[in-house]
Write a protein that binds this ligand. Structure first.
Ligand SMILES: Cc1cc2nc3c(=O)[nH]c(=O)nc-3n(C[C@H](O)[C@H](O)[C@H](O)COP(=O)(O)OP(=O)(O)OC[C@H]3O[C@@H](n4cnc5c(N)ncnc54)[C@H](O)[C@@H]3O)c2cc1C
Ligand code: SF4
Length: 512
């Protein structure tokens, strides 16, 4: 009798608690590319190619490390189509007495696995996902009794607990957060390093052919697939980031340039979220770069805050608040997601560029996701379920534990202020300040009303007016509502009319 360890597609680390709990000599590992997981939403083609290729490479690594692995490919004749059916088959085949699996990243799958014991008639042990630095109980204790769950305070606790950028109990440099130094617009002619590119090997080529064949109706391009698919390659991405991008990461963290999807960001989310890199090694490398004078504090603190703060925070937040969190819709948003999110033509250059890059790369950096694509979804009152599904589909780093709090909490304000103290709503002026998109746009960012006016301008004020009853009570919105109060009534009425006409066009599927 032996144990069966199920390794999911985003659990590709030898240090995984489930893998650590088995005996190489007598237990078995199962990995399977199943239809149920690959199609419950229609993931971007590049996301599927990346995950399948990384899984196949990881199976080889397991094998080289002496584990006995059964790997079921998507197009294998014996593929049973779901994880449970595949586990049942393996149990029959190998005389299994216990199944072990590390906690999955989605509530849906965890609830499903919890039912397996009954189906299989043997114990199913769910081990904690030990790749995170904050245990769920730590987040729970921190969050319990708080009305608002601000990331900043959680982050300070994590800094102290894990001793990142701390000196004698105080934050390095005297401040916890250097975000105010991380908002520069990018000047012209920046020499941005190219992303790390890897040659595709036979495994990746085989996977790409499979995705072309079996997922042809999914969104996204497959051309120029260059991502890391092994831990060794992912370490090179990290190394190149630390050397070439980290020094300017902080300074241009919020900047957007047309045709520069990668900017000075790290591009490590694909790899941390699948287990190819650990969050600790990413932060250790950044802290080391600060210690040796290779990178300034605003960059290093900014990077560590994203990982030790935001990443750990949204994960704790997700498990603390699910399943109710998914149902929230504080602003009663219900408009259908317009086709422009799937690449339909639009005159709005910022949206056009961000969707184009998302389609090409299954990647967009944070400010594109937040202040262009997300800001539009918020201002236009798009349906949270549809927006969440879109984000889960299109980004190669998207798993529900990280996608949902970012989309529902950060961009759509569906929780009424639990995650963010106020909505991240902005007019065209913000996009113009932080990018060069407006230069090539058919609309004019300077105009507030009329057919040439940037839609973000009138949609912004229309949004504030629509939700004045609830947002007007928010102390952090006081100043902006005072400005609205003083605004010329005719101008306000024109903006509302423009917004109405814009929404009508959206409803009629006309180009906006
Ligand atoms: C609407 C929206 C949806 C998002 N969906 C996802 C998602 O599905 N998966 C995902 O990993 N990130 C998501 N993010 C967070 C962030 O945009 C991505 O982590 C980042 O763009 C990935 O690129 P990078 O590795 O170059 O990140 P960098 O900018 O270099 O940041 C470094 C790392 O910090 C972490 N990080 C930064 N911000 C966040 C955050 N808000 N939440 C969690 N981790 C963070 C990531 O691990 C990232 O790799 C979302 C953000 C928004 C606003
Ligand atoms: S003018 Fe408005 S719509 Fe056009 S790129 Fe600028 S912000 Fe976007």
């Amino acid at each position: 009798m032996s144990k069966l360890c199920l390794v999911l597609g985003d659990q590709l680390s030898l240090d995984m608690s489930s893998i650590q709990s088995i005996d190489k000599q007598k237990d078995r590992i199962l990995m399977a590319e199943v239809k149920q997981e690959a199609t419950y939403v229609k993931h971007h083609k590049k996301k599927i190619a990346f995950i399948f290729s990384a899984m196949r490479h990881f199976a080889q690594q397991l094998d080289a490390n002496g584990y006995q692995v059964d790997y079921i490919k998507y197009d294998d004749a014996e593929n049973a189509g779901s994880l449970l059916e595949q586990v049942k088959k393996a149990c029959r085949q190998h005389d299994i007495s216990e199944v072990t699996v590390a906690q999955p990243g989605e509530y849906r799958l965890l609830e499903d696995i919890k039912q397996w014991e009954e189906e299989l008639n043997i114990p199913v042990k769910i081990t904690p996902d030990n790749r995170f630095m904050a245990e769920q109980s730590f987040f729970h204790d921190w969050a319990e009794g708080r009305k608002q769950l601000r990331m900043e305070y959680f982050y300070r606790e994590m800094r102290k607990k894990h001793n990142y950028l701390m000196e004698s109990g105080q934050p390095t440099g005297g401040k916890w957060n250097y975000d105010n130094q991380n908002r520069e617009k990018a000047p012209k002619n920046l020499d941005i390093p190219s992303p790390t590119v890897f040659e595709r090997d036979d495994i990746t080529n085989e996977v790409i052919a499979l995705v072309k064949d079996s997922f042809s109706e999914h969104f996204g391009d497959l051309d120029d697939f260059h991502y890391a698919v092994t831990r060794k390659q992912a370490l090179v991405v990290l190394e190149e980031f630390i050397e070439h991008r980290l020094p300017k990461f902080g300074q241009y963290q919020d900047a957007m340039i047309e045709g520069e999807p990668w900017m000075y960001h790290s591009h490590v989310s694909f790899y941390i979220n699948t287990g190819l890199l650990s969050p600790q090694e990413c932060m250790d490398a950044a802290e080391q770069a600060y210690a040796s004078g290779q990178a300034p504090l605003n960059s290093v603190e900014g990077f560590i805050r994203q990982i030790l703060g935001w990443r750990e925070y949204v994960r704790g937040f997700y498990w603390y608040l699910m399943p109710d969190y998914k149902e929230k819709n504080y602003l009663s948003a219900s408009r259908a997601l317009p086709d422009l999110y799937w690449g339909a033509e639009t005159k709005m250059n910022c949206l056009k560029q961000c969707v184009k890059e998302t389609k090409e790369n299954a990647y967009a950096h944070h400010i594109q996701r937040l202040m262009v694509l997300g800001n539009f979804a918020l201002l236009a009152g798009l349906d949270p379920d549809q927006v969440n599904e879109w984000y889960l589909i299109v980004y190669a780093d998207a798993y529900e534990w990280v996608e949902l709090p970012n989309v529902s909490g950060m961009i759509l304000f569906t929780d009424g202020g639990l995650l963010a103290s106020k909505p991240y709503a902005a007019s065209g002026a913000y996009i113009n300040k932080m990018s060069d998109y407006c230069r090539n746009c058919e609309y004019s960012v300077k105009e507030k009303t009329g057919h040439q006016a940037c839609p973000f301008n009138y949609l912004y004020w229309d949004f504030l007016i629509r939700h004045q009853d609830v947002l007007g009570k928010n102390p952090r919105m006081g100043m902006i509502y005072n400005t609205l109060k003083k605004m010329d009534e005719t101008k306000v009425s024109h903006m509302q009319q423009d917004a109405e006409a814009f929404f009508e066009k959206l409803a009629n599927n006309e180009k906006v």
